[in-house]
Each structure stands twice: as structure tokens, then as C-alpha cells.
Design a protein around this ligand. Sequence first.
Ligand SMILES: [Zn+2]
Length: 104
Amino acid sequence: MFHGLFKMEPTCPHCGVRFERQSGESIGGTLVNLVLAEMFSMGGFIITQVLFQPSWIFQLIFWVSFNILFVILFYRHARSLWVALVYLAGGVYVDPEPEPPNAT
Ligand SMILES: [Zn+2]
């Protein structure tokens, strides 16, 4: 699905389905990525705070770094998860053949 680290192919090279039909659909992938990053870092923050009581500066540096790394490394997975959700909703399919120009 991807060409390089961050560039998504518009269509599947094997079966030709179009991954994103409307402009702005990639926002869904960004949403998946940010929501998961926040859930993991808030959960991790609360758990480490309860178990180990590390210093606030350590917590801040660790979880900000975690967030940045997670969002970068999970980018392709988040975009792919979003395409999978759109697929389940029926929004990922092969483009119909264009009408021949001299059909009439
Ligand atoms: Zn395919």
C-alpha cells in the first residue's frame, strides 16, 4: 500500500481498488494514529505513576518522546487500519470503467 515511508499509493497495485475516494479521507488515519497514541501514553503515564512514582520531568520527557515516535512509526499502520474500516463500510472498491467517449 505504501511507496516509501509516508507516501500511500492511490490504488492497490494488485487488484486496482482505490484506497481513498474523497479528499480528506486520510484524516481518518491521522485520527486513528492520534487516538491510539494518546490512549497508550495516558494509560502508560497513569500505570507508571501508580507503580513507580517517577519524577514529573522523567514522565514528561519519556511520554512526549513516546508520543512522537509512536505517531511516526505507527503512521502506515494507522492509514492502513483506516482503509480497512472504510473497506468494511463498503467504501473501497475498483473504479468503474470510464464511459467510452463515442458511446452514442
Ligand atoms: Zn489489492
